[in-house]
Design a protein around this ligand. Sequence first.
Ligand SMILES: Nc1ncnc2c1ncn2[C@@H]1O[C@H](COP(=O)(O)OP(=O)(O)OP(=O)(O)O)[C@@H](O)[C@H]1O
Ligand SMILES: [Mg+2]
Length: 465
Amino acid sequence: MKITTKINLMTTAWILCVLLAVNAVVFFSFMKITVNMENVELLQKADNVIREMKMADSPLKIKEIFTPYLTNHNFIRTVQSNSKITDQATNDQFLAAKIKPKYVHKKETERRTIRRNDKEEQILIVRVPDSSGAITLEVAEKLSGLELAKDVLLSILAFCTIFGALLALLGGRWLSNLIMRPITNMINTMEDIEQSGIPKKIIIQHETKDELQKMAVTFNRMIGRLETNLEKQRQFISDASHELKTPLTVIKSYADLLLRRGLQNEEVAHDAIESIHSEATRIQKMTERFLDLADTESGDLLEIKLIHLVSFCENIFKQLKSAYKREISLHYQDASISAAADELKLKQAIIILIDNAIKYSTDKIDVYLEGNEQYTIITVKDYGIGISEFEIDNIFERFYRVDKARSRETGGTGLGLAIAKNIMKQHQGEIKVKSTEGVGTEVGLFLPKWKVGKELFLNDQNIND
Ligand SMILES: Nc1ncnc2c1ncn2[C@@H]1O[C@H](COP(=O)(O)OP(=O)(O)OP(=O)(O)O)[C@@H](O)[C@H]1O
Ligand SMILES: [Mg+2]
């Protein structure tokens, strides 16, 4: 069943229930009030008759007293203590016969239903003892006014209920359409996206500031993000193919040369094979970087551990020093300085910074471990070529290299800092760079301290020595 139909039916059913409950209250209150009023009137009548009976000088006149009080459907009678009728006046013999006489000691009211010609009639009876207590005056009257009013009231209530239900049905329809319009809009847009494969935003016609608009705005935000990501992906594919094109062209031309000239000229062949090898190595390095980039952009869960930075960095430097034969010094004030991070990812980020320092400087490299209230900071400082202030904002962009020719020499792909930035983003940290051309560069990894949660400190097994 469609949600609009559901809302429609449910609101109608609910309003119908409310109407029925209200009608029931109105109906029963009306009946009770009317019967009470009739009761008061009948008791008044009985009191009047008793008063007149007391004043009557002869018992023969009693019936004459009753006569002015007679209507078409009532009776007035006196009943003795043995329940025998002494006097009675009525225009409705059937009614008088149906109600048995009853002697009472104190005032009494009774409501009775009788059947006449297959129809029910409501009868109100009052019994009042006279002052001596010898006889009871019994007055009974058909509640014909009540029956008429009851029928009219029932018709009015039934009409109101049907009218109310119809209004509820129409109102429910309008309401459900109002609620569903943005949702239907969204469904249509989603179907469009599914069919065309192109992200598309919902057109928000009115500023309603309600939950539905919020939903549409959230949807549009999500689509916006998707568009940006798709654009990034497109850009990445185009950049990556462009980067791969150069080494592949070099490989192909040297392979062509080998095919044409064969191995006759050993020197040429040797040069060609060397170039093919170096370009293939470059492609291999590049694809590794692509995978690293994809990995750090995927937003995978990190394996956060508490890392003792001094021993952690010393281990990394040991490996790098043996490969690059460069002097890397570690500086710190607190030997127990630690950070909560993913070990492998942090190692990758540090290596990227040291690799840059090695590539773009020839002097020594300093690494500082510090902490402030918010962050634990790892800074890699070199005294090399530096970066101009115009270039500094671009170096975190993918494939961006300040000096392309030099980067080619050093084998750079321009992805290192983009990967390091992603890693810091995954840790909810930051990466900052300070550099002066010709003087040197300082790149800092800022790891937020709040990540070092209590539970991490409590769990000693997590501490990496
Ligand atoms: N320490 C530094 N000194 C001078 N220039 C730097 C330094 N670090 C980065 N750069 C500049 O920023 C650019 C981007 O650096 P990034 O590490 O992203 O790429 P890369 O080193 O060229 O290649 P990759 O790291 O992927 O092998 C570099 O090409 C270089 O021009
Ligand atoms: Mg680099």
